[in-house]
Design a protein around this ligand. Structure first.
Ligand code: NOJ
Length: 603
């Protein structure tokens, strides 16, 4: 889509009220965004320029001395989140669970795990979050339950139990009265090895895309659909702002149980996964067409709870890792049958390499190929090593974290980040197998150390246990030694810290009209070292952003789409890497190693 056409979309957004009226034309320098009164249109459109923060509750703040974070710990830090500028928090699962996959194995969808608190604590969290205009988004796991959920206990009890077909059961290949035969297909679990588990009592295999203790539900059964509509209603009535649908593309499998193909390298040799087995192509178990009608159904059930007052529009966020932008676009739903408001754009955030051309292409796709929908950028979560490992070079990690967060917040759309990214927390995997907590690491050790390294406790200060838990308490995962340098308290006091950078960027996102919803247009598109783009909204100054993807200083010369005689070429700095010079004009913007420059274009 041409940049001028995209401006029309912005004008419509302004008319609809999705941009706070006070934001237009303001210069977003260091002052906090003033609390403005909201209109019902704001409440409907809040998600379009939202700042979303992922909390891993187990690791955020322990308040009861068991070394495990809890709901009251999250409530205690709402002012912190407000100061950062967060609009909504997404909580990874807090329901009762045997915690085999740290909450993604749910045994009761309508309660709170006692490790995290009670329903009363949850209601208190919602009430306190409401006061600060922060929405609470729940994780909803629909692909599987815990094997300790009552549905599965019933299902596995006999072949004739009414819950039998709530799960995916099949005979083994070549099964006889005395032999279980082979698993029904070659499909593999994401947690390693066959996705089929033999159940001796009823002599069939059940399917588990994830851990053995996470049997897949059978979405061909209409009762499963009804059960989940009831569950989401339960939480929406309690005031949640929406859901993040876990592993949503894995709801269906090929009914013919066809084997999946083996992925090969350029020499035709099978690629081995972290568990030493051939990597499969997922064509029979992922992103099958049945997924879309389910999302449409859940969206319709969720929309019934929309209101004109806070929390307003309830949003659905999709955990989707898709092969291309065409598949991502489908996740918004066809005309008249909406699906996700915000499917995660993992196309951008998980490039995992600072390559200017790839970033430029993927960000352009987000502008031009998502049918005008709102992109949700995300670079980090509880399943992947943090930004330091995936983008860092060891020598310039904080600067690189500035680069990444600039792309996250200075692009059009909603931005999702992971607790601790704002202070530059580092991935800290366990050193010994006996210390591993994540089942992925236990099965995959030593090649795959699991996800503990990105789930370590939040680093609040430089005191014992980094302020996560009282002194003398043993946290469920060890505190990384880097907490002495990278902690909230120290960074709040330092205007050049990464925390200050996040806060300033978020303020720009909220208060500068071009940032709030201006279109993205790539600039200087032949440059392979610096990524530059323009944000532009009608009636307000345009903003240019340049981020250096190299360890050497660079100078860029930016030509704007409308430049010509009379254009001043001057810029006013809004934000830049600490210590960088102010450029004399657009013709010579200097960006240091992994440096960032953000400036407003003068007319
Ligand atoms: C995706 C979640 O983010 C991950 O943590 C979990 O293990 C799987 N889904 C299974 O629920």
């Amino acid at each position: 889509m041409h940049w001028s056409k995209r401006i029309a979309r912005f004008a419509i957004a302004l008319a609809l009220g999705s941009i706070a009226p006070g934001a237009v034309g303001q210069n977003a320098s260091a002052k906090p965004a003033a609390q403005t009164s909201t209109t019902s249109a704001d409440e409907q459109n809040w998600w379009k320029n939202a700042v979303l923060y992922e909390v891993y509750p187990r690791s955020f703040q322990d308040t009861n001395g068991d070394g495990i974070g809890d709901l009251n710990g999250i409530t205690a830090h709402l002012d912190y989140l407000k100061e950062l500028g967060v609009d909504a928090i997404w909580l990874t699962p807090i329901y009762p669970s045997p915690q085999a996959d740290f909450g993604y194995d749910i045994s009761d969808y309508e309660n709170i795990d006692p490790q995290y608190g009670t329903l009363a604590d949850f209601d208190h969290l919602i009430a306190e979050a409401n006061k600060r205009h922060i929405r609470v988004v729940m994780d909803m796991v629909m692909n599987h339950t815990s094997d300790e959920h009552k549905w599965f206990l019933e299902s596995r009890s006999s072949r004739t139990n009414p819950y039998r077909d709530w799960y995916v059961w099949h005979d083994g290949k070549g099964e006889t009265a005395t032999s279980k035969g082979e698993p029904p297909s070659n499909w593999q679990s994401d947690f390693g090895h066959s996705a089929w588990e033999w159940d001796e009592k009823t002599r069939q295999y059940y399917y588990h895309r994830f851990y053995i203790k996470q049997p897949d539900l059978n979405w061909n059964n209409p009762k499963v659909h009804e059960a989940f509509k009831d569950i989401i209603g339960f939480w929406l009535k309690r005031g949640v702002g929406g859901f993040r649908f876990d592993a949503i593309t894995t709801l269906y499998e090929d009914p013919n149980l066809t084997d999946e193909g083996v992925v090969k390298d350029e020499n035709g040799k099978p690629i081995l996964n972290a568990f030493g087995e051939p990597e499969l192509d997922s064509t029979r178990t992922d992103n099958l067409p049945g997924v879309h009608p389910v999302i449409q159904e859940m969206r319709a059930a969720t929309d019934k709870f929309d209101s004109d007052t806070f929390p307003g529009k309830r949003v659905l966020i999709g955990e989707v890792y898709l092969p291309n932008v065409t598949e991502l676009e489908k996740m918004y739903g066809p005309p008249g049958k909406p699906e996700f408001e915000l499917p995660m754009d993992t196309q951008v955030g998980f490039i995992n390499k600072l390559d200017v051309a790839t970033f430029r292409a993927r960000l352009t796709d987000a502008e031009d190929k998502l049918g005008g929908h709102i992109p949700l950028l995300v670079f980090d979560n509880h399943d992947r090593p943090r930004i330091d490992v995936r983008y860092g070079d060891g020598a310039h990690n904080t600067d690189i974290e500035r680069v990444i967060s600039t792309i996250l917040f200075a692009s059009r759309g909603a931005s999702l980040f992971y607790y601790g990214d704002e202070i530059g927390m580092k991935t800290t995997p366990p050193a010994r197998r006996e210390d591993v907590k994540d089942p992925v690491g236990i099965t995959g050790w030593p090649k795959e150390k699991g996800r503990d390294g990105e789930r370590t406790p939040m680093q609040w200060d430089a005191d014992a246990n980094a302020g996560f838990a009282a002194a003398g308490v043993k946290p469920w995962l060890p505190i990384p030694p880097t907490y002495i340098t990278f902690n909230v308290k120290a960074e709040q006091q330092n205007p050049d810290s990464l925390f200050a950078w996040y806060r300033n960027l978020i303020r720009l996102k909220k208060t500068n009209a071009a940032f709030a919803q201006g279109d993205n247009t790539m600039l200087d598109t032949a440059n392979t070292k610096v990524l530059s783009w323009l944000r532009q909204a009608p009636g307000s100054p345009a903003v240019v952003i340049s981020v250096n993807f190299t360890a050497e200083p660079q100078t860029v010369s930016l030509v704007l789409p409308w430049a010509g005689p009379g254009a001043s070429g001057k810029v006013t700095t809004l934000l830049k890497t600490p210590g960088a010079p102010d450029p004399a004009s657009l013709a010579a913007i200097q960006v240091g190693p992994y440096g960032v420059y953000i400036g407003e274009v003068q007319r």
